[in-house]
Design a protein around this ligand. Structure first.
Ligand SMILES: Nc1ncnc2c1ncn2[C@@H]1O[C@H](COP(=O)(O)OP(=O)(O)OP(=O)(O)O)[C@@H](O)[C@H]1O
Ligand SMILES: [Mg+2]
Length: 252
């Protein structure tokens, strides 16, 4: 089973950015293949990685359900569906990307969630690492898409409310009994990479273990606004250096 790192937290705090930079870090480490999972219905991990997504699980499911595809003679429907779903895996250099996406036809996307879970179970054994970028809040965690996790990274911005939100996610994880080996807080978007005393106190109050502080980096903004994938940032950029430090801690 792949060593699994799940990234969760409040909206807009940098979960996808951090997930993408972790995938980049691990795939360059050369320690075996990495599976990057975009488990946000509004998928955009591919943009951080600079990958063109051909098909998401949600879209493929919809195509199959509508019967738009002609099933080749001699192939069972189930077999065909599995063959189709394998198209949602984009094979890149050093990692593969699996995108959940959404199913427009379904009012609820629990179905696509279940599908993602099935695919993850099928693939997990083939990879050394799996990095899962989750949507904001607690939806995925409460639906338990992951059977087991090695590391949970809770991402917050540098605000009291961000830390409180992450504190609630930690409580929820505890009450659901989700198993993990390490759970750590990553504070992102810190002005000049420093935390104010009030934020440090809030972190302590929630019993969170702070494992990394990632500074607000102007280079992220300039790459993002120019439509350049963030993985192309120089190795010595502030965010990449902070993510490398975080990964050394995690893999130690
Ligand atoms: N350290 C940083 N310095 C500067 N900008 C950053 C940094 N981290 C993230 N950003 C920017 O903040 C915005 C939100 O980041 P991102 O999409 O990674 O957050 P998210 O938590 O995945 O959001 P969502 O909840 O919508 O999925 C993006 O525009 C991203 O480029
Ligand atoms: Mg995101």
């Amino acid at each position: 089973m792949a060593y699994t790192i799940a990234v969760a937290g409040k909206g807009g705090t940098g979960k996808t950015t951090i997930s993408g930079l972790i995938v980049d870090y691990l795939s360059k480490l050369g320690k075996g293949p990495v599976l990057a999972v975009d488990a946000d219905a509004n998928s955009n991990l591919n943009e951080v990685l600079g990958v063109e997504v051909e098909a998401t699980l949600g879209e493929l499911r919809e195509e199959i359900a509508k019967g738009q595809e002609d099933i080749p003679a001699g192939m069972a429907k189930q077999e065909y569906a599995e063959f189709k779903f394998s198209e949602a895996l984009a094979e890149m250099d050093g990692y593969d990307l699996l995108v959940m996406g959404r199913d427009q036809g379904q009012g609820c996307y629990c179905f696509v969630n279940g599908l993602l879970q099935t695919q993850i179970m099928k693939y997990a054994g083939r990879y050394a690492y799996m990095v899962v970028d989750n949507e904001a809040g607690m939806e995925h965690i409460s639906r338990g898409i992951l059977p087991q996790v090695d590391v949970i990274l809770l991402v917050s911005d540098c605000s009291t409310r961000g830390i409180q939100a992450v504190g609630r996610i930690k409580e929820l994880i505890g009450s659901l009994g989700l198993k993990y080996k390490k759970l750590g807080l990553v504070v992102n978007l810190a002005p000049s990479g420093e935390l104010a005393e009030g934020i440090k106190a809030e972190i302590k109050k929630h019993g969170l273990e702070l494992i990394a502080v990632i500074p607000r980096d102007e280079a992220v903004y300039s790459y993002d606004s120019a439509g350049r994938p963030l993985v192309q940032l120089p190795q010595d950029s502030a965010v990449k250096k902070a993510v490398a430090g975080l990964m050394k801690y995690i893999l130690d």
